[in-house]
Design a protein around this ligand. Structure first.
Ligand SMILES: *Cc1c(COP(=O)(O)O)cnc(C)c1O
Length: 402
């Protein structure tokens, strides 16, 4: 038995069975590569599930973490924290928001956003508690975030869910309009649905939601947990549309792998979170906040976002070529932008994931028939080419009927 199999066997004996990990243990990462327990190297084209936006062990983030580790690990939000102030200053200077709340994950960031939407209505003397969300949306696994998530299979056995959610088809403004009413507190939407299959909002959709939210008087929440931090091109995906939300949530890539989430909003909305209304023990932890500052500095001032655009173009052209080469019997379409793409296949993608891994490239799925690529923004053209040729062979190897 090799070291990967040994760890997988020990894992199965002690973990709850809710994950189905691939049969390798990843023990080390360096840039766009990771290494398994037998020392085998893989090109990480799923970027640690869209977290490692700068690649693994980026020197700027490592030194920020090491410096902060020498100073202070945790003291709580009962004191002022310098790394947290620095992070909030950076984030609010880079987007529409005036205020930041920090937490530890995407679900918690959405939890804060949804609680704030209800509280904001309450403070205005309104009975608004309902939320319009979308089929196929993914907002996390806490009960409030799960209730917003638009995949009924994830709800099974966890009911009753939080009251007041209405799910409508993604992209359907008329359906949203029909569901808005005097009780609506918020609309929550991903600018590109990530887990739901990498589905970018159709042209005009975010603009339409902004208009509907304003006409109704409810808040507009953009869940940028997956699309934020340059994943789709701009630092935050909505900045490509010209539409601003009232609340935005971040997590995955914010700390380049260190757990941290954020809920960002305008001052007028933030005013509802008076002392005592919401909190998180670890939220804005100094180690995590210091890492996130280094991530933002490297993306923006370090030029990673700009350089990433060239590679994104190369990736997009390569995927279009791959779809053309393989043809409609295998590839339905490619969808995405920047460094977040899906290749929708005519068959379940799990066999392709396995063949890619065996050929030294890590990719993941997003729904049964979609392969998802979410590589570090630091991936280069040669690495993209390596991924594309492995991917093309792995898809072509699928036995087809007829
Ligand atoms: C991953 C994800 C979440 C949930 O984040 P967790 O950190 O797993 O709680 C929420 N929203 C979106 C869009 C995501 O991609």
């Amino acid at each position: 038995m090799d070291a990967n199999e040994d760890l997988a066997r020990r894992r199965a004996a002690v973990h709850t069975p809710n994950y189905l990990p691939q049969p390798i243990a990843i023990v080390r990462g360096e840039g766009c590569h990771v290494f398994d327990a037998e020392g085998r190297r893989y090109l990480d084209m799923m970027g640690g599930i869209a977290t490692a936006v700068l690649g693994h062990g980026h020197p700027a983030v490592r030194s920020a973490l090491a410096e902060q580790a020498d100073k202070l690990w945790h003291i709580s939000n009962l004191f002022v924290s310098e790394p947290q102030v620095e992070l909030a200053e950076r984030l609010t200077s880079l987007c529409f928001a005036d205020r930041a709340f920090f937490c530890n994950s995407g679900a918690e960031a959405n939890e804060a956003a949804l609680k704030l939407a209800r509280r904001h209505a309450h403070d205005r003397g309104e009975k608004r508690f309902e939320v319009v969300a979308f089929d196929g949306a993914f907002h996390g696994r806490t009960l409030f975030a799960l209730s917003a998530t638009g995949t009924p299979a994830y709800w099974e056995g966890f009911g009753p869910l939080v009251e007041g959610f209405h799910h409508v088809p993604f992209g359907d403004l008329a359906a949203v309009r029909d569901r808005l009413g005097p009780n609506t507190a918020a609309i929550i939407v991903e600018p590109t649905q990530g887990e739901g299959g990498v589905r970018p909002a159709p042209p005009g959709f975010l603009e339409g939601l902004r208009e509907l939210a304003d006409a109704n008087g409810c808040l507009l929440i953009f869940d940028e947990v997956q699309t934020g931090m340059g994943r789709t091109g701009p630092l935050f995906a909505h900045q490509g549309s010209g539409v601003e939300p009232d609340i935005m949530t971040l997590a995955k890539a914010l700390g380049n792998g260190i757990p941290i989430g954020a809920m960002l909003c305008r001052e007028s909305v933030a005013a509802s979170l008076v002392p005592g209304t919401h909190a998180s023990t670890f939220g804005g932890n100094p180690l995590a906040a210091a890492c996130a500052c280094a991530v933002l500095d490297t993306l923006v001032e370090g030029g990673v976002l700009v350089r990433a655009q060239e590679v994104a173009g190369h990736l997009q052209r390569g995927l279009a070529g791959l779809a053309k080469d393989l043809g409609p019997r295998r590839v339905v379409e490619i969808r995405g932008a920047g460094h977040l793409w899906a290749v929708e296949l005519t068959f379940p993608a799990s066999g392709v994931v396995d063949r890619c891994r065996e050929a030294g490239v890590l990719v993941i799925t997003a729904g049964a028939n979609n392969l998802r690529l979410a590589p570090p923004l630091t991936v280069d053209e040669a690495q993209v080419d390596q991924c594309l040729s492995v991917l093309e062979r792995a898809i072509a190897a699928e036995p087809m009927e007829g």
